[in-house]
Design a protein around this ligand. Structure first.
Ligand code: ATP
Ligand code: MG
Length: 231
């Protein structure tokens, strides 16, 4: 399966989500996982390098691919249970080529105006790619949510914006937590830094909800996260 974490907004948490999802699949589903880094900034490649230098962490393979990568992805898919792609913050050839073959597409957005402004364009790209990849399962996920109860409406509003463009948005979200940033050091995931922590629960909910949702079906096997204050 190909899982793409992409989008055109910088800093929305694409690399962070792709890395944590890859670790979840590798360590908690015991799957073989390859990461594909399409971002010239090499965020994920550097993270993998640090991770693989640490003998106590299960290693993850990573390759860098740019441009028209559709055929490479199709051939890599044959050799791994999951190919997890981190696609940089631009509408570029790698993003569109990945969308053309991905089984699951996750597009993170912060509940901020500038992130939400990208929704119409992303919807446009998704609907074009759907013509060549009709079975793709694409969804937005709201990330780095504010934990203040007075700002909870922003999360709901962000989800409403996504739905108004008829693109599914996951119930699961990530809240803004230092754990995400801290765990990146030394190539770790939040599940390795704090296995029972709230960030770990968020990552598990996101990937489980994404993988189990099918078009037209409501996801019911995991309780949606409540939008409320977090400590
Ligand atoms: N839920 C979160 N809470 C707090 N910090 C977060 C969260 N998610 C990601 N971050 C942090 O935000 C920063 C940007 O995240 P990340 O690098 O994953 O974004 P990106 O979308 O890949 O950016 P780029 O477009 O530059 O590739 C990182 O320092 C990351 O640790
Ligand atoms: Mg990135």
């Amino acid at each position: 399966m190909i899982v793409l974490v992409g989008g055109e907004k910088g800093g929305s948490g694409k690399s962070c989500l792709a890395q944590n999802i890859a670790v979840y699949l590798r360590t908690e589903k015991n799957a073989s996982v390859l990461m594909v880094d399409c971002d010239p900034q090499r965020t994920t490649s550097d993270w993998v390098q640090e991770r693989n230098a640490n003998d106590s962490l299960p290693s993850i393979n990573c390759v860098q691919l740019y441009g028209k990568i559709r055929n490479e992805l199709l051939s890599l898919r044959e050799h791994y249970d999951y190919v997890v792609i981190d696609c940089g913050g631009q509408d570029n050839l790698a993003l569109r080529s990945s969308m053309a073959v991905a089984d699951h597409i996750l597009i993170p957005l912060r509940p901020k105006r500038r992130d939400l402004k990208t929704v119409p364009h992303m919807e446009d790209i998704l609907s074009t790619c759907k013509m060549v990849n009709p079975n793709m399962n694409a969804a937005f996920v709201i990330t780095q949510c504010p934990s203040l109860p007075s700002l909870a409406s922003r999360i709901l509003e962000a989800k409403d914006v996504c739905r108004s463009f008829e693109v599914p948005v996951l119930d699961a979200v990530t809240y803004s937590r230092n754990m995400y940033d801290d765990s990146e050091e030394y190539g770790q995931s939040v599940m390795e830094s704090e296995p029972e922590g709230k960030a770990s629960t968020e990552i598990r909910s996101i990937i489980k909800e994404l993988l189990s949702r099918r078009e037209g079906e409501t996801y019911e096997s995991v309780q949606p996260q409540k939008i409320q204050a977090v400590s």
